[in-house]
Each structure stands twice: as structure tokens, then as C-alpha cells.
Design a protein around this ligand. Structure first.
Ligand code: NAD
Length: 265
């Protein structure tokens, strides 16, 4: 299918990034969120970066899902909220339905939609404009042509698709998130300061960001949700979240997006 119009649902850090790269690659784009304040912030962020393609952009709190070729859901990493969203979407018969989930089962979410065979995982990395890899995840019911269209879409954004089986955390977060969790346990144990833990991994392993800074960048609510999903589905305590995540999330310290996390911003 020749895709022209993409609708991104959720105007948080990922939704805005995905909208940004779609606009730069010539797609018509609708960006939506349940939170009007997020939509205003998103409009400012996008306008400050890509003035020339703003004519292709619609920002609205009431999108028409029958008029789009691809819906990319990038709402908060909460399975119940995602399922509730997908359960009420009425797309056109050709529309591809995609989730940017970091971990949840694509097959499970697909079953909430009116078209599980048109549902797929398209998992962008953060920050979307800079990161080159996108994980593409087929659910059990995903049609082959839908998968091929998703691969073509990722390539049209000048990114490299990596095909991954529908498994908790897929590839990237199954490796990354336990590392961030371990760093949080090290901090909690008083083994080293946050600054020294991050400096160690930058200076010794060559990582561009330290694990705690990265956790703040991803969002501690998102990290906790991914750890809970890995822990629950693999039934392996190696994924048990460090209690610091729960405390910080309960306190509203979600990382960069709230101004406070392992660090203050
Ligand atoms: P975020 O908290 O920055 O934004 C989430 C947005 O979803 C908010 O603007 C919120 O208002 C909106 N929202 C919540 N419920 C909604 C609903 N029912 N309808 C419409 N909008 C709704 O989160 P994020 O970091 O952008 O993450 C979004 C998704 O992308 C999650 O599934 C996350 O796991 C995934 N993801 C995140 C990262 C990362 O580094 N943060 C990387 C890859 C994938």
C-alpha cells in the first residue's frame, strides 16, 4: 500500500519525535492527544524544528481515524490504557494499526482492535530524529502485506527496520532496561553516586549516556512499566524493579519530562 497519511496518537516525547520524522519524510500527519496542553506544547516543539512542512500537519484532539493510512499509538506505557484506546478505534478498512509499545504483547493488544490482522508493533527509539533503528514486531495474526508495508514505511523514514519476535521488551529494552535497573540497585545500595555510576559507564563502556541519565531520559514511569512487564511475563526475578523506581514514580519524579528523577533538571 502507498501510505500518504499517518496519525500519531499521544503527543509526548515519542509521539512528537515520530511526528517530526514523518513530516520530514513527506507524510501528511495528524497528531492527537487526550491532553490539550500536550498538544499545544507539541505544536510549539514541531514548529520550532520544521517550519517548512507545517502545512502537512494537523493537531487535533478529535482525529478522524477513517481518513488515515496508518495509526501509530504512542500513548503512555500502560497496557489497560492502550487496550482501552484500541478498543474504541474505528479505522478505514485499509488502515494499518501500529503500537510504539516498549514491551507489551502485540498479539494481546491486537485482539482489542477490530482488525488484529492489520495490527503490528513499530517501535521507534528515543530521540526519534537521531536514532536509526526501528524494531518491527509481528503479532500472531499480523498479515504479511501489513508487515511488508510497515518495513517499507520505516525505510521511507530513512531508518533501518529490525524484525523482532513478539517477546517482552523485544530486543533493545530486554538488554537496556535491566542494565538501568542494575544501576538503580547500585545507587540504592550506596555503592556509588549517580554521577559516578553514569561517568563509569560513559568512560568505561563508551556509552553516550550513563544508565541513570538514560532512565531519566526514557522516563522512570516507562522504565518501571517495562520492568513490570518483563518480570510478570518471564516470571524471573532478575527483572524485578528496584524499589527506587516505584518510589520516584509515586512521588511524580518521572525523569526529564517532570524535571526530577535520578537527577534534577
Ligand atoms: P509520554 O509520557 O512522554 O507521553 C505519553 C502521552 O500519551 C501523553 O502526552 C499523554 O497525554 C498521552 N495519552 C495518554 N493516554 C492517552 C489516550 N488514551 N489517548 C491519547 N493520548 C493519551 O510517553 P512517551 O515516552 O512518549 O512514551 C509513549 C510510548 O512510546 C510508550 O508506549 C513508551 O513505552 C514508548 N516508547 C518510549 C520511549 C522513551 O524513551 N520514552 C522509547 C521508545 C518507545
Amino acid at each position: 500500500m502507498m501510505m500518504k497519511h499517518v496519525t500519531v496518537v499521544g503527543a509526548g516525547q515519542m509521539g512528537v519525535g515520530i511526528a517530526h520524522v514523518c513530516l520530514e519524510s513527506g507524510f501528511q500527519l495528524t497528531l492527537t492527544d487526550q491532553n490539550e496542553a500536550q498538544l499545544s506544547k507539541a505544536r510549539e516543539k514541531i514548529a520550532s524544528k520544521i517550519l517548512n512542512v507545517i502545512s502537512n500537519l494537523t493537531i487535533t484532539s478529535s482525529p478522524d481515524f477513517t481518513k488515515t493510512d496508518l495509526i501509530i499509538e504512542a500513548i503512555a506505557e500502560n497496557l489497560e490504557i492502550k487496550k482501552a484506546f484500541w478498543g474504541q478505534v474505528n479505522p478505514a478498512p485499509h488502515t494499518i494499526l501500529a503500537s510504539n509499545t516498549s514491551s507489551y504483547s502485540i498479539t494481546d493488544m491486537a485482539m482489542m482492535t477490530c482488525a488484529p490482522e492489520r495490527f503490528i508493533g513499530i517501535h521507534f527509539m528515543n530521540p526519534v530524529p537521531k536514532m536509526t533503528i526501528v524494531e518491527v514486531i509481528k503479532g500472531i495474526n499480523t498479515r504479511e502485506d501489513v508487515y511488508q508495508d510497515a518495513i517499507a514505511f520505516v525505510k521511507a523514514l530513512s531508518k533501518t527496520p529490525v524484525t523482532v519476535k513478539d517477546s517482552p521488551g523485544f530486543v533493545v529494552n530486554r538488554i537496556l532496561i535491566p542494565m538501568i535497573n542494575e544501576a538503580a540497585f547500585i545507587l540504592e545500595g550506596g555503592i556509588a553516586t549517580a554521577e559516578d555510576i553514569d561517568a563509569s559507564m560513559k568512560g568505561a563502556a563508551g556509552h553516550p549516556m550513563g544508565p541513570l541519565g538514560l532512565g531519566d531520559f526514557i522516563g522512570l514511569d516507562t522504565c518501571l512499566a517495562i520492568l513490570n512487564d518483563l518480570h510478570a511475563r518471564f516470571k524471573n526475578d532478575k527483572y524485578k524493579p528496584c524499589p527506587l523506581f516505584k518510589s520516584y514514580v509515586e512521588a511524580g519524579h518521572l525523569g526529564r519530562k517532570s524535571g526530577k528523577g535520578f537527577y534534577n533538571y
